[in-house]
Design a protein around this ligand. Structure first.
Ligand SMILES: [Zn+2]
Length: 65
């Protein structure tokens, strides 16, 4: 298992933790594919959800300039 969140035993990804979420987005601000993030499917889904939530609350950019 190489999943970042599994290793840290984190079940719920905090959408306020934008620093961590940013590392799972590409330079353009897109959510990275599962193959690139190396997350398990459970955490990939959780991460995507957290990023979307953070975007909605304007904590993360939809598109980086
Ligand atoms: Zn995981």
């Amino acid at each position: 298992m190489h999943c970042y969140f599994c290793q840290k035993n984190i079940k719920d990804i905090d959408f306020k933790n934008t620093k961590a979420l940013e590392s799972f987005t590409s330079a353009a601000g897109k959510i990275k594919a599962k193959e690139k993030t190396k997350l398990c499917s459970f955490h990939q889904r959780k991460t995507a959800q957290a990023i979307k939530r953070a975007r909605f609350l304007a904590l993360l950019d939809y598109v980086k300039k």
